[in-house]
Design a protein around this ligand. Structure first.
Ligand code: PLP
Length: 349
């Protein structure tokens, strides 16, 4: 059987640290051990009941067929409305697409713009899937700190895209408009795409506002692909629905990839998403309740950590993450996460 091989780039792919931790925590939970789960980036709220009701109504009407690649007309219209309302950018129907989670939108965007010999800049700290997805496309991830000067230094003739993620996983930082403006200014005149992962857009604290770089100038709009989804803000991780909006050229390329990969996302999921994106008042109230709860938990975590001087924590400005500095306690993060799980029954990443 030794002549049956698996592609090296697949063998080299790092497993998702987040999903690995979720699996390890489940083993302990199955043994009856109560685990405080801070591993996977998953809301602990149920999907709001008004979304479930909307889906039931859609099922009764029959949503059991393939749809257009980008989504149903209803979902496309809802995405247009959403991007204009929240990101303050108007998109044509050919400039939006629904995908299997934001994750697939990011993977296809990278694949569409970068390949062997190309580089994609990832600003640290970053979501662990970005570099693996870049490698899967055959391109090279270039990791840089978030200062504009270090991003400038990281740009080479091979740079095809920069991934920016605000609100940020894992720091919870919400990038200010002034920073995003500087970043966009840096890209003027270059052939570099800006992939803006805005999946945590609903979860911003202390009166801050989420700003999309695509809204900042015509040039920024022409090079930015906004990626977002229903997973975090609507507590819909398992529905697997993401949304992307950007220049027609790039969205068409993503649609081409999607068409040959999985045709379209599940029709029933599209019905859920089309309802949710319109954010009727009953849903807005639920979204706000979840946001306030995350903010409250952030406050309590930060307050509690003040009592442990060895652990440093910058107060997250959004998301449901906190990136803690344990370096005075332990240098190796994997050992730390492992010990927190087995000894304290707290799942972290
Ligand atoms: N982007 C970031 C920064 C994330 O943290 C996650 C999920 O944890 C995703 C994208 C993927 O989200 P989705 O469930 O829409 O695929």
């Amino acid at each position: 059987m030794s002549n049956l091989s698996i592609q090296q780039r697949v063998l080299d792919l790092a497993p998702s640290a987040t999903l690995a931790m979720k699996a390890r925590a489940k083993v302990l939970q199955d043994q009856g051990i109560s685990i405080i789960s801070m591993g996977a980036g998953e809301p602990d709220f149920e999907t709001p009941s008004c979304i479930i009701d909307a889906v039931k109504r859609a099922l009764d009407k029959g949503v059991n067929r393939y749809t257009g690649v980008r989504g149903t007309d209803e979902l496309i219209a809802a995405m247009q409305l959403k991007f204009e309302r929240d990101q303050k950018v108007r998109y044509e129907p050919t400039e939006v697409i629904s995908t299997v989670g934001a994750k697939m939108a990011i993977a296809m965007a990278i694949e569409a713009v970068a390949g062997p010999g190309d580089e994609v800049i990832v600003i640290a700290p970053y979501w662990v899937s970005y570099p693996e997805q870049i490698k899967l496309a055959g391109a090279t991830p270039v990791i840089t700190s978030s200062t504009i000067s270090s991003i400038k230094k990281a740009i080479t003739p091979h740079t095809k895209a920069i991934i920016v993620n605000s609100p940020n996983n894992p720091t919870g930082e919400v990038l200010p408009e002034s920073y995003l403006r500087e970043l966009c200014d840096l890209l003027v005149g270059t052939g570099i795409w800006l992939i803006s992962d805005e999946i945590y857009e609903h979860l911003v604290f202390d009166g801050r506002k989420h700003v999309s770089p695509a809204s900042l100038s015509d040039d920024a709009r022409s090079r930015t692909l906004i990626i977002t989804g229903a997973s975090k803000g609507y507590a819909m991780t398992g529905w697997r629905v993401g949304f992307a909006a950007g220049p027609q050229k790039l969205v068409a390329a993503i649609a081409k990839l999607q068409e040959q990969r999985y045709t379209c996302i599940a029709a029933v999921t599209q019905a859920a998403a089309a309802f949710a994106l319109r954010e009727p008042a009953e849903l807005t109230a639920e979204i706000e309740k979840m946001r306030v709860s995350y903010q409250d938990r952030r406050d309590r975590l930060v307050q509690y950590l003040k009592n442990i001087p060895q652990i440093k924590c910058t107060a997250p400005q959004g998301t449901f993450y906190a990136l803690l500095d344990f370096s005075e306690v332990m240098k190796d993060d994997e050992t730390l996460a492992s010990r927190l799980l087995t000894e304290a029954h707290v799942a972290t990443v």
